[in-house]
Ligand binder design. Structure first.
Ligand SMILES: *[C@@H]1O[C@H](CO)[C@@H](O)[C@H](O)[C@H]1NC(C)=O
Ligand SMILES: *[C@@H]1O[C@H](CO)[C@@H](O)[C@H](O)[C@H]1NC(C)=O
Length: 768
């Protein structure tokens, strides 16, 4: 992950767009709907029967709530197509109750070798840094690669839960794959055609490097090939790359609010200017506070440059000189880059400056012309304010450009131009033949930054998203924004408030502060209000011509669409928030993106036990991470509860080959508490939902609560993005919960010597 992305993750929290309340507000989560009435009647009867039949038992067990029994009773099967698919998942899932002694030791099977890939980028410590590096804003997702998907079905457990990103991409793929229906908008037709062309197109392989060479020629060629007509000067070339090809060679440009102005509610979008993303690793010397390209990677860097030039038909006699210059310019520019923590400490982030002032400080760039081109047709003027994230870099970059221009004008090598064309090549590699991708991959292997190969559909969905984000967000919303999703969000938030009401605080001020904060937020499903209608969407994509044969030209249009999107963002248009995958704050709203409510995490026809055990738990966990990143400092419970859970774990695993007992670090303590609380919150939310509407279905003949707990086990095993902060498999939390909860189908204790220990009580009042 590059640094630019890291900065944008800062803003992601703050991204706020003016919107009205969604419909859900006036309709407080609904009671059961009409077609459930019959079932309800049936259930009322069975509830009565069961209550009666088990009254004696219940009396003996001193159970007050009759529906606890109901929760534990067998449920009618769900037979919807989505449920039948989900059943397959569950037929192979690990059932905590079938192996009560040790399911949590190997439940997640091969999980140990599935350690999450950690970004190479810099993470600001503290204040929930762990949140920020996981899921990134929509623009950045395009650049992220697949993680767990490729392993699917490889490690014994059939049908793992994918990570959220994969799940969303799959949902988009399914929409794009659907056979054409009559009433489809032309925008939708274009997106589908684009995806199809990407999946089927043979053209990149057939065309080889031809499309890029043609494009180069249109732009006057380059010094590297010896055929160069200087049609455009430096500034015009740069403006052209920025506007037509979404390429930012010397600095990057994006749009977002000012996260640093102290007003979280201010949504005003600004142009932001940052360091560019360099292709090679850069070392930061914290003593001298200087950056330097890592010398061990210079050779592979050079060789990948030569390989590209060979692919472009440049005679090898020329490559040494031009690649040498290219490398030298790149590494010189990189000298003034610096990592985020340093820039934060030096107050270099969100520096406010007018374009005019920037022009004086960094005169080698025609800033006004470049920014005008990037944001056409919006009017940009000298007095407009932009936010820069590393002014010293921009000054250094400008000086470097001026020096190199003077030095090389005479020699006719113009490395500045070559550098820009190389940047263009990098942008276009996804649309070129596989030899280019292989060269790029080879270099990333050499630098240890290689990502797993992703399937073609994955790349094609991402590229479609890159161009058609607004449309896809609209389609996802149409398909997945349902009443059931709103109910789930509402139940989880209510249950969370109850949980927090139980906490014991370290000082008297905290609860007031926390409760005001929690009360001031309204969680809601992302549904954009000034969302485009069909006509707007058709208009938006009116100029796009998708070709079935020429994928390169399709891709160029995607780059043009990116420019349009940037302009729309700057002119306050709503951002396509449906395609995010984690909740985020927007003014006083907590936006829960519709993109989270996709299979297999959620389906309106699923048993609610499954939806709440899966997505309910994830949403609860996200809320806790988002709202209370430092709760362990304010409340006493996290420390106590996680210590209790941990000692429970130590006791139960004693003699089972556990490595030495160690005490938990604060971040692990916190995560244990968050996950355990999220499980309680989700269970309680399900209980609320079930009380409101005691009709639910189930899978594989499991009781409601059994299905809920198995769903939790499954999702936390397969798709826990906080795994690295957990000292044990999260599924162990079921044991803790069940050691003292009347909800569980049966106690999770086993018949061995460890059973003799009295069960730990790690419960808060909510779950009693
Ligand atoms: C990959 O890189 C190595 C050096 O880093 C080079 O020797 C090899 O030829 C490259 N292979 C390809 C396919 O580019
Ligand atoms: C780009 O334009 C600016 C402003 O007109 C000018 O000062 C600068 O010299 C130009 N840069 C180059 C490298 O020609």
């Amino acid at each position: 992950m590059n640094k630019m992305i890291e900065i944008r993750i800062f803003q992601q929290e703050m991204v706020t767009m003016p919107e009205e309340r969604p419909q859900s507000d006036e309709s407080n989560p609904v009671v059961c709907n009409k077609n459930r009435k019959l079932i309800l009647a049936l259930f009322a009867f069975s509830l009565f029967a069961i209550t009666l039949g088990l009254a004696f038992y219940a009396h003996q067990q001193k159970m007050g709530d009759p529906w606890i029994l109901l929760l534990k009773s067998a449920a009618p099967p769900c037979l919807s197509p989505a449920c039948l698919k989900a059943s397959e998942r569950f037929s192979v899932t690990m059932d905590p109750f079938s192996r009560p002694c040790d399911y949590f030791l190997s439940a997640c099977g091969s999980s140990s070798h599935r350690g999450r890939q950690r970004g190479k980028g810099i993470v600001i410590e503290g204040n929930g840094g762990q949140d920020k590096k996981r899921d990134v804003g929509s623009e950045d997702r395009v650049k992220m690669r697949g993680k767990t998907d490729v392993q699917e079905k490889h490690d014994g457990l059939l049908d793992k839960f994918p990570d959220r990103q994969t799940a969303l991409l799959k949902a988009i793929k399914e929409m794009l794959d659907r056979p054409d229906e009559g009433a489809m908008s032309t925008a939708e037709q274009k997106a589908k055609k684009f995806f199809k062309a990407c999946m089927e197109s043979e053209s990149p392989e057939k065309a080889g490097s031809e499309p890029f060479l043609t494009l180069l020629k249109q732009m006057g060629g380059w010094a590297v090939s010896g055929e160069w007509i200087k049609t455009l000067d430096f500034n015009s070339t740069l403006a052209l790359l920025m506007s037509q090809y979404s390429t930012f060679p010397f600095f990057s440009v994006y749009v977002g609010p000012n996260a640093d102005d102290g007003q979280t509610n201010s949504n005003q979008p600004y142009i932001q200017i940052d360091e560019p993303h360099f292709q090679f690793p850069i070392d930061w010397n914290s003593k001298t506070q200087k950056s330097k390209a890592s010398s061990q990677y210079l050779r592979p860097f050079f060789s990948s440059c030569s390989q590209y030039l060979v692919l472009l038909g440049v005679p090898s006699s020329r490559t040494t000189q031009h690649c040498g210059l290219f490398m030298s310019l790149s590494t010189t520019l990189a000298l003034a880059t610096s990592p985020l923590p340093y820039r934060l400490s030096q107050r270099l982030l969100y520096h406010t400056i007018t374009i005019q002032e920037l022009q004086i400080l960094a005169p080698a760039i025609d800033w006004l012309a470049c920014l005008k081109a990037s944001f056409q047709p919006l009017p940009i003027s000298q007095s407009d304010v932009v936010l820069v994230h590393n002014l010293p870099y921009l000054i250094h970059m400008s000086q470097t450009i001026s020096q190199w221009k003077i030095q090389h004008d005479i020699m006719g090598t113009d490395p500045l131009h070559t550098y820009m064309m190389f940047s263009l090549l990098q942008t276009l590699i996804p649309a070129l033949d596989s030899r280019f991708t292989k060269t790029m991959k080879n270099f990333s292997i050499a630098t240890g930054d290689a990502q797993e190969d992703v399937p073609r559909w994955w790349k094609c969905v991402q590229q479609t998203e890159q161009g058609f984000e607004t449309l896809l967000s609209h389609l996802i919303r149409e398909r997945h924004a349902q009443k059931e999703a709103e109910e789930l969000i509402h139940d989880i938030y209510s249950s969370l408030k109850m949980k927090l009401a139980d906490l014991a605080w370290r000082d008297e001020k905290s609860p007031g502060f926390i409760f005001d904060k929690i009360k001031s937020f309204t969680p809601r499903l992302s549904t954009e209000t000034n969302a485009p209608n069909h006509a707007d969407l058709n208009q938006l994509y009116a100029e796009v011509l998708v070709s079935e044969e020429d994928y390169f030209s399709n891709y160029l249009q995607v780059l043009l669409l990116e420019q349009k999107r940037r302009s729309r963002l700057l002119s306050h248009a709503t951002q396509a928030e449906g395609l995010s995958i984690t909740p985020f704050l927007s003014g006083n709203d907590i936006i829960v993106p519709v993109g989270m409510f996709v299979l297999p995490f959620f389906h309106f026809s699923h048993p609610r036990a499954l939806n709440y055990g899966t997505l309910g738990f994830l949403v609860a966990k996200d809320f806790l991470h988002l709202l209370l990143p430092d709760i362990h400092k304010q409340a006493k419970n996290p420390e106590l509860e996680s210590a209790c859970v941990w000692s429970h774990y130590l006791r139960v695993t004693e003699g089972l080959g556990r490595v030495d007992a160690f005490s938990l670090s604060p971040s692990k303590q916190q995560e244990v508490w968050v996950q355990y609380s999220a499980l309680e919150v989700a269970l309680n939310a399900y209980k609320m939902s079930f009380t409101r509407c005691p009709a639910d279905s189930s899978l594989s003949g499991l009781s409601y609560i059994h299905l809920f707990l198995s769903s939790f086990t499954k999702v936390s095993c397969d798709a826990d993005s906080y795994r690295e902060f957990m000292p044990f498999e999260p599924s162990f939390l079921v044991s803790v919960l069940c050691s003292n909860s009347r909800f569980c189908p049966k106690p999770l204790t086993c018949l061995n010597k460890y059973q003799s220990y009295p069960p730990e009580v790690c419960l808060s009042q909510t779950t009693h």
